[in-house]
Ligand binder design. Structure first.
Ligand SMILES: Nc1ncnc2c1ncn2[C@@H]1O[C@H](COP(=O)(O)OP(=O)(O)OP(=O)(O)O)[C@@H](O)[C@H]1O
Ligand SMILES: [Mg+2]
Length: 256
């Protein structure tokens, strides 16, 4: 099939999938609210009248968890299918990284993950949608955290400039990515995790591409993984879209 027809078919399929996801959203919300009510009502019941109260509560809570997870996956998928318009403003990559890490600090400490950061000594001015960029970094950091399989858990983060382009690198010492999986990790719904939805990295790539940047992954099985996001400076980004900024950019509007 010619490439354009394949692309058109995929786009149609994407639209159908997004429509379906949207349809599921309302009933799923009802299901969630009902599960919540059920749980509250069960908690109120006097133990002596309902001998199976604990089992019933466990079931209601399990339902609540599953619906919550489904809802999260659905939101992530819809986000991917219909990416929000970019709200661009000048930001410093160092600050964006610092604030994203601060957000995860408690979580990392709780899980015993040692985190070390090295910042580029000068500001790294970008033109970016700060919220979306943070979302991308968060997805990468969560993957790092989830990959931890050793006693000593370490995440190293560095910002810098390479070949004239700002970058941020997130390195973990987790289980690494098996060679056979490597070419699939950016595929929609590819996951090896029990509760994963396989949307994290596709969203990372989408966001980074919208910023005119690239993502690269290096991994050694059993040793760890390093994910590098390279982004253009503000001036370089403006040069990519002369006269058209700031405005909403199409997905994949970047270099690769
Ligand atoms: N740092 C990492 N270390 C090891 N494997 C990784 C790492 N990052 C990604 N992977 C692999 O790539 C797969 C896809 O990652 P992705 O973030 O897209 O989905 P996920 O984490 O499984 O689910 P979610 O949608 O919750 O993010 C993971 O299931 C895992 O197999
Ligand atoms: Mg993930």
């Amino acid at each position: 099939m010619p490439a354009t027809r394949t692309r058109k078919k995929l786009a149609d399929l994407g639209a159908v999938a997004a429509g379906l996801a949207h349809e599921i959203r309302n009933p799923l919300n009802s299901l969630y609210i009902n599960s919540q009510l059920l749980e509250e009502m069960l908690v109120e019941l006097p133990d002596r009248d309902v001998p199976q109260k604990d089992e019933l509560l466990a079931l209601a809570r399990a339902n609540l968890k599953v619906t919550q997870r489904l809802n999260d996956s659905l939101s992530a998928f819809l986000r991917f299918a219909r990416p929000p318009a970019m709200e661009l403003s000048p930001v410093d990559l160092n600050r964006v990284v610092a604030e994203t890490l601060r957000f995860l600090e408690v979580d990392f400490t709780y899980r015993g993950v040692d985190i070390a950061v090295r910042y580029h000594p000068a500001p790294l001015p970008l033109l970016a949608d700060e919220r979306q960029l943070k979302q991308a970094l968060l997805n990468i950091l969560l993957n790092a955290e989830e990959a931890m399989d050793k006693q000593e858990k370490a995440v190293r983060v560095a910002t810098g400039v390479r070949a004239g382009l700002p970058f941020v690198r997130i390195q973990d010492n987790g289980r690494g990515i098996p060679r056979a999986d490597r070419r699939h990790i950016f595929r929609l719904f590819f996951t090896t995790r029990k509760n994963g939805s396989g949307l994290g990295l596709p969203i990372v790539r989408q966001i980074v591409q919208q910023h005119g940047g690239t993502v690269s992954v290096r991994s050694r099985e059993g040793r760890g993984t390093s994910v590098t996001v390279t982004l253009p400076y503000e001036s370089q980004f403006r040069a990519m879209y002369p006269g058209r900024l700031p405005l909403a950019l199409p997905p994949g509007g970047g270099t690769r």
